[in-house]
Design a protein around this ligand. Structure first.
Ligand code: NAD
Ligand code: ZN
Ligand code: ZN
Length: 402
C-alpha cells in the first residue's frame, strides 16, 4: 500500500473546498497519522504513527477534532473480567469532520461535522423501523469486535500489523473509519469541543429522563449515582421542570460538584441505618414520582425501584451491572402499580435523534459546559485516564490539534 501513502502535512479537510463534492485530496489514499495505541491492558497508551486505510462501502473516514474519555474506555482498557483485545485504539465520545466517504454513502459528504456513536442506526432492521427501539440489529454495540462489518478487517495498521477498533469508533486517532450508520450529522455551528460529550454518557442520562422516565412538571425525581450519567439524568429532570431532584451517592465528594446540576437534596445511604428506599419514602410522603439509577450497583437498582410511589412511580435502570447480578424485589411492588424500565443510550436513535439534542444545547435549553471539568492536548491523553482512575471531575476533553 506504500504507493498510496500521503504526507501527513497535507490538510485533507482544509483543501476540500477546492474539490468536488465527496472528494478530498486524501480520498482513496492511506493516511499516516498519530493515534494513541493501547498495547496492553492497563498500561499507558502510546502515541504511534498508524496508517488509516480508506473507507470501504458504507463507511466514512473522519478527522477527529475533539474526543473525551468515558468509563467504558477505561473498563475495556483495564480489561478486568472480559476477553482482552489488544493492541487496540479506544475512544468513542468525539466530534469530527468527514474526510472521505466510501461507496454507497449518500447522506454524508466531505466537510460535514459529525458525532460518532458506539451504537448505530442502519435504518433497515426491525429495531430501526420500530419507533420504540434504538437497538439496531446490525450496528448495536459489540465490545468484542475489533474489525469493520463489511470485510472483517481493521482499517488501522502499524507496519502492516492490524490494530483493533473499539465499538466501531476508535476516536483516539487523528483519523478513524466508522460505519456511516454510526455517525450523527451535526449542526455546523455547534462547537465541537462541547457537543462531543453528547456522543455517549450525557445523552444516555439525559434520554433516560426525558425519553423513558418522562417526569411531569413539578414532580419529584430521585437520581442514584452522581457521575456524568447521573448528573445528565438530573439535567433532564431540571429541563422537564421537576420541583425536587434528590441525588443519592455513597461518595460525599460527588455532592459538591453536583450542586451545579439543580439537585435540591442529597442523600448518602451510609448516613442511615435503614434502607435508603425507606429514607426517600419518608422524605417524599410515600415515594418519588420518578427514579433513575445510574450506578451499575445492584443494590442501588433495587432501591431505585422500591423508592418510587405506588400508583404511578416509574424507575429506570441505566447502570450496567456485573454479569452475575440478580434483581430481587417482591412482586407486590409491581401489583401496587410501580413500573420498572431499562434503557440503552437513553433510547435515542443516534442518527435520527442526536441532531435535536444538539439543538437543545444550541437553544440554551441544555447546559453542557458544566460537565466539562478538564481539558488536555492529545499528547497528554494518559492524564485523562489518570483523572478518571482517581475519580476526579466529570469529562476531560482531549484536543487532537494542540
Ligand atoms: P461513575 O462511576 O462516574 O458514577 C457512578 C456513581 O455511582 C459514583 O459516584 C458512585 O459513588 C455511585 N454509586 C455506586 N454504588 C452506589 C450505590 N449503591 N448507591 C449510590 N450510589 C452509588 O459512572 P458514570 O460514567 O456516571 O456511569 C454510570 C453507569 O451508567 C455505569 O454503570 C455505566 O456503565 C452506565 N452506562 C450505561 C449506559 C446505557 O446505555 N445503559 C451508557 C453509558 C453508561
Ligand atoms: Zn461512553
Ligand atoms: Zn438497524
Amino acid at each position: 500500500m506504500d504507493h498510496n501513502r500521503i504526507d501527513t502535512s497535507t490538510d485533507a479537510i482544509g483543501a476540500s473546498s477546492l474539490l468536488t463534492k465527496n472528494m478530498s485530496t486524501t480520498s482513496g489514499l492511506v493516511i499516516p497519522c498519530k493515534a494513541a495505541v493501547a498495547w496492553e491492558a492497563g498500561k499507558p497508551l502510546v502515541i504511534e504513527k498508524v496508517e488509516v486505510a480508506p473507507p470501504q462501502a458504507m463507511e466514512v473516514r473522519i478527522k477527529v477534532k475533539y474526543t473525551s474519555l468515558c468509563h467504558t474506555d477505561l473498563y475495556f482498557w483495564e480489561a478486568k473480567g472480559q476477553t482482552p483485545l489488544f493492541p487496540r485504539i479506544f475512544g468513542h465520545e468525539a466530534a469530527g469532520i468527514v474526510e472521505s466517504v466510501g461507496e454507497g454513502v449518500t447522506d454524508l459528504q466531505v466537510g460535514d461535522h459529525v458525532l460518532p456513536v458506539f451504537t448505530g442506526e442502519c435504518g433497515e432492521c426491525a429495531h430501526c423501523k420500530s419507533e420504540e427501539s434504538n437497538m439496531c440489529d446490525l450496528l448495536r454495540i459489540d465490545t468484542e469486535r475489533g474489525v469493520m462489518h463489511s470485510d472483517g478487517k481493521s482499517r488501522f495498521s502499524i507496519n502492516g500489523t492490524p490494530i483493533n477498533h473499539f465499538v466501531g469508533t476508535s476516536t483516539f486517532s487523528e483519523y478513524t473509519v466508522i460505519h456511516s450508520g454510526c455517525l450523527a450529522k451535526l449542526n455546523p455551528l455547534a462547537p465541537m469541543d462541547k457537543v462531543c460529550v453528547l456522543s455517549c454518557g450525557i445523552s444516555t442520562g439525559l434520554g433516560a429522563t426525558l425519553n423513558v422516565a418522562k417526569p411531569k412538571k413539578g414532580s419529584t425525581v430521585a437520581v442514584f449515582g452522581l457521575g456524568a450519567v447521573g448528573l445528565a439524568a438530573a439535567e433532564g429532570a431540571r429541563i422537564a421542570g421537576a420541583s425536587r431532584i434528590i441525588g443519592i451517592d455513597l461518595n460525599p465528594n460527588r455532592f459538591e460538584e453536583a450542586k451545579k446540576f439543580g439537585i435540591t437534596e442529597f442523600v448518602n445511604p451510609k448516613d442511615y441505618d435503614r434502607p435508603v428506599q425507606q429514607v426517600i419514602a419518608e422524605m417524599t410522603n410515600g415515594g418519588v414520582d420518578r427514579s433513575i439509577e445510574c450506578t451499575g450497583n445492584i443494590n442501588a437498582m433495587i432501591s431505585s425501584f422500591e423508592c418510587v410511589h405506588d400508583g404511578w412511580g416509574v424507575a429506570v435502570l441505566v447502570g450496567v451491572p456485573t454479569k452475575d447480578a440478580v434483581f430481587m424485589t417482591k412482586p407486590i411492588n409491581f401489583l401496587n402499580e410501580r413500573t420498572l424500565k431499562g434503557t440503552f443510550f437513553g433510547n435515542y436513535k443516534p442518527r435520527t435523534d442526536l441532531p435535536s439534542v444538539v439543538d437543545m444545547y444550541m437553544n440554551k435549553k441544555l447546559e453542557l459546559d458544566k460537565f466539562i471539568t478538564h481539558r488536555v492536548p492529545f499528547s497528554d491523553i494518559n492524564k485523562a485516564f489518570d483523572l478518571m482512575v482517581k475519580g476526579e471531575g466529570l469529562r476531560c476533553i482531549i484536543s487532537m490539534e494542540d
